[in-house]
Write a protein that binds this ligand. Structure first.
Ligand code: TYD
Ligand code: MG
Length: 455
């Protein structure tokens, strides 16, 4: 029997210390240390009999064969896109997201859709009846999906041995615990130990494991950042609770790109894929109102047209307010400073509110010009036509900078029926403007854009 020993763990980042500390030397948070009991040497974990032996013998790199293990398609285009074409055998995936965002729904729906493989869905949060109720709501029947309500990893591996699934889903890592650590479920040492057990199981059996993890309000995975290093891919499910749209992103992916996103819509009967996001992101405006501009952004390989809305009003109280929804606040401050210097925008005297339609968060810098134009439009109270879009980044001196893959953005704008697209003049080299029906307006500095729009 291994000897039990107690350590103090930072519940925020997982830093381990032999004594209690007031402030974590790793992440700098105060009052996060908690005592947890761990066994000095944990026994071998996550083993299922009949594992392939000799897996970890060193091999010459030329002799390493791959490709013989095809990825498991999830039969969900958006999910596959984020994964990089399906689930890699033997991989350990973590799906994070705020409570209630739809993580359990996404994975149960995926489990039901993979009808050609034997699956085990383990839930530590819901009973089998509750899982069945959810499955009925989603409305997909599957003859290969086993469900069990269980919270102890040792029991889970017993079920695994009985069912021999080809894919294991665990909902959620915060609710499962191992007998090898005495601290309560959800604590750092439990989560670390359990994740390691699932990793051993996945690597040794070749069965991929999907773990659900909760994240806290401030956006970190509840408790342990430690998990992120162990798993092969970290996916995040996010979205504004007030909108039905959900975005799946890869924060880390050992087997694919992290640039791709998947878009879903939460409906009464589960999640629906949204293969063509631009059509819902552009609000149907008949009349032209000031303060709105459309940005031609790219998320991964996919063009996404997004409406940026801004409201600029005179600041009534001392300090002007700045508020951005779905856009980086520091970037907004920078753009406002550029506008003050270049376009006579009186920064100190105005409240500025910015909203990205649809409750999305955009990382593409090509949205800059649309943000600046939406602010200017609201400031002078003159509308921009809904048939005009923007694809350029703004530099500190007010220069309109080129963006990547501008042809793709222009072609999509053309397809969606836009009449005009503003791009950087530095993007024009080698561009065949004749092949598009819409007018391409090259601009060099922000003043030029302002004059072209509102003169
Ligand atoms: P859930 O998957 O339980 O979230 P999580 O596992 O991330 O905590 O679902 C969250 C919400 O989705 C819940 O409030 C109900 C809603 N929902 C639908 O709107 N339609 C559906 O078909 C289902 C199953 C859930
Ligand atoms: Mg859940």
């Amino acid at each position: 029997m291994a000897k039990a020993k107690s350590y103090y763990f930072c519940q925020q980042c997982g830093y381990q210390s032999a004594s209690w500390l007031g402030r974590c030397p790793e992440c700098g948070k105060f009052g996060t240390f908690q005592e947890e009991v761990v066994k000095a040497s944990a026994p071998a974990v996550g083993k299922v009999s009949g594992q392939r032996q000799g897996q970890s013998m060193p091999k010459l790199i030329q002799e390493v064969a791959y490709g013989e293990m095809p990825r498991i398609a999830t039969h969900c285009g958006e999910f596959d896109r984020v994964l990089g074409g399906g689930i890699v055998p033997g991989s350990l995936l973590l799906l994070g997201g705020e409570p209630g965002i739809g993580k359990s729904t996404l994975l149960l729906q995926t489990a039901l859709a993979i009808t050609d493989r034997r699956l085990l869905y383990v839930s530590g949060e819901e009973s089998e009846q509750q899982i069945k109720m959810r499955a009925d709501r989603i409305g997909i029947g599957s003859e290969n999906c086993y469900v069990v309500s269980e919270t102890v990893t040792q029991r889970i591996f017993e079920h695994v041995e009985a069912v021999r699934p080809e894919l294991l889903i665990v909902d959620s890592i915060q609710t499962v615990s191992t007998e090898d650590a005495d601290s309560p479920a959800g604590s750092v040492s439990q989560i670390r130990q359990c994740t390691t057990e699932f990793q051993h199981y996945a690597k040794q059996s070749g069965v991929p494991v999907l773990l659900i993890g909760h994240i806290t309000k401030d956006g970190t995975l509840a408790g342990p950042k430690v998990m992120e290093h162990i798993v092969d891919a970290v996916l995040q499910f996010e979205g504004d609770r007030n909108y039905g749209y959900r975005v799946l992103r890869a924060l880390k992916n050992r087997f694919g790109s992290t640039a791709e996103i998947g878009i879903f819509e939460m409906q009464g009967s589960g999640l629906r894929e949204v293969p063509n996001p631009s059509e819902f992101l552009l609000s149907q405006r008949d009349e032209t109102l000031s303060g709105a501009a459309v940005a031609a952004t790219l998320e991964g390989a996919r063009p996404m047209f997004i409406e940026v809305q801004s409201l600029v009003s005179s600041a009534v109280y001392g300090t002007p307010q700045r508020n951005a929804n779905g856009f980086d606040m520091r970037r907004l401050s920078m753009l406002l400073a550029v506008l003050e210097k270049r376009c006579g925008f009186k920064l100190g005297a105005k409240d500025v509110f910015l909203n990205i339609a649809g409750g999305l968060r955009v990382n593409d810098p090509a949205i800059d010009l649309a943000v600046a134009c939406a602010i200017l439009s609201s400031n002078v109270d003159m509308p921009i036509s809904p048939r005009v879009c923007f694809a350029a980044e703004l530099g500190l001196s007010g220069e309109v900078r080129p963006v990547s893959r501008v042809e793709q953005r222009i072609a999509e704008a053309d397809r969606l029926g836009f009449e005009k697209v503003f791009v950087s003049k530095y993007n024009m080299r080698g561009l065949n403007t004749r092949s598009y029906g819409l007018q391409i307006v090259p601009v060099g500095v922000i003043e030029e854009t302002f004059r072209a729009l509102f003169a």
